[in-house]
Design a protein around this ligand. Structure first.
Ligand code: SF4
Length: 396
């Protein structure tokens, strides 16, 4: 097994360990260490790291967790992730977590945070209201208060006073993490056959459950490996995958998209790990202000952000062009309001602009993809055959 293959294999194991054993082992190595779980999409992991904690992403049980108890907590017509998260926590798979952060994205996540609170899971449960006002004196101040609130919760658990130096050190590590991730995306855009989306997904997702120091080492090794001319180019089109930022599709679906004739060169699967574009100031006397400033001024577009001055359809189109992609695959979790409410905005704009796309829905626990694979295959074939023809334009 090559070094790259063994990194991918170990990332796969750790990324899909629903018992979070690595986090448990990490916590046991030294007194004062804490584990803080967070739900999608984005939370500033730097503050957890600075407080001597390990931020651990919770992305549901996927197709590996049968739901027995979780269904009783939710009505049938909502997405699947809250059921599997409830199942996991009720099965004591997160007993070693000290606290939980639920970033604001939708009512489902808000309700889930309430259930965690009612059950008394962890030492604290924080619903993190991310700012929707982008004026620094308003939204920025508000966001800083939210981060201070999380820091206070963590201090009550391990007593650690977080200094500006601690925060700047953590910011530096996460800056490096984001930099390495973007370098790999850039290289994959040029040579997507060197690292499939499935393989890349394992590596990327592992970064949400292991220490950032360790993830940076793995990313660096992957980057070095795919700088070599490995693999064989296939006759596939380049696409952007959009809308799958919270509940994650099963691995089988990710494979089906590429096997159907696509190279996914951009996606929002682990959007939170890439939310901030470019480095955050790591020399500031007020690092929380630096984190808030970066969020307000340099966030990726997302369904969790309403920024009237930067229409997200323009930003998605720019991403398609930046990645030299031929089209977009809109993949939304069933009943995911944020993704499904954004989709018509994107699709209406793309109809007018003549950009090609296909759309479908999935659920984390369903791994029958024959129909989707056929649809994606037809989409890829139509682009290969008629890429030079203008797309049919329909005015919505
Ligand atoms: S999948 Fe969509 S609706 Fe469900 S919790 Fe996530 S953002 Fe909310």
């Amino acid at each position: 097994m090559s070094n790259l293959e063994s990194i991918i294999q170990s990332c796969k194991e750790v990324a899909f360990d629903l018992d979070f054993k690595q986090a448990k082992a990490w916590k046991g190595e030294s007194p004062g260490r804490i584990v803080v779980g967070y739900l999608p999409i984005y939370m500033p992991r730097e503050i957890v790291h600075a407080a001597g904690g390990l931020p651990v992403g919770i992305f549901g049980g996927g197709d590996r967790k049968p739901i027995v108890k979780g269904d009783a907590y939710y009505q049938s017509y909502i997405c699947h992730i809250p059921r599997s998260v409830m199942e996991m926590v009720l099965d004591h798979q997160m007993d070693h977590f000290d606290g939980f952060v639920f970033p604001s994205i939708c009512d489902v996540i808000r309700n889930l945070s309430g259930m965690f609170k009612q059950h008394g899971f962890g030492r604290f449960v924080k619903y993190l209201d991310l700012p929707q006002n982008f004026v620094p004196e308003i939204g920025g101040r508000f966001y800083i208060h939210e981060m201070e609130h999380i820091l206070r919760y963590m201090r009550e658990v391990n007593g650690k006073e977080v200094t500006a130096e601690d925060l700047n050190h953590s910011i530096r590590l996460y800056n490096r993490n984001r930099e390495l991730i973007e370098q790999i995306y850039d290289l994959r855009e040029e040579f997507p056959w060197r690292l499939s989306l499935e393989e890349w997904y394992y590596v990327l997702r592992a970064g949400t459950v292991i220490p950032v120091e360790e993830h940076n080492e793995r990313l660096h090794a992957v980057l070095e490996a795919i700088r070599q001319p490995i693999g064989t180019p296939q006759d596939r089109i380049k696409v952007v995958l959009s809308g799958a930022f919270c509940e994650q599709p099963a691995i089988g679906l990710i494979k089906a998209i590429e096997d159907a004739g696509c190279y996914v060169v951009e996606d929002d699967l682990m959007l939170g790990s890439r939310m901030i574009l470019g480095p955050i100031d790591d020399q500031s006397d007020d690092p929380l202000e630096a984190i808030a400033h970066a969020y307000l001024t340099r966030s990726r577009y997302s369904s969790s952000i309403y920024d009237v001055h930067q229409p997200k359809e323009d930003r998605l189109e720019a991403l398609v062009q930046q990645r030299n992609a031929s089209g977009v695959i809109f993949a939304s979790a069933s009943f995911c309001d944020p993704s499904l409410l954004d989709a018509p905005i994107f699709q209406n704009a793309f109809n007018v602009r003549g950009l090609r796309y296909i759309a479908f829905q999935y659920s984390e626990n369903i791994n029958q993809f024959k129909v989707i694979k056929e649809q994606v295959g037809a989409f890829a074939d139509s682009i290969k055959l008629w890429e030079d023809e203008p797309a049919e334009v329909s005015i919505a």
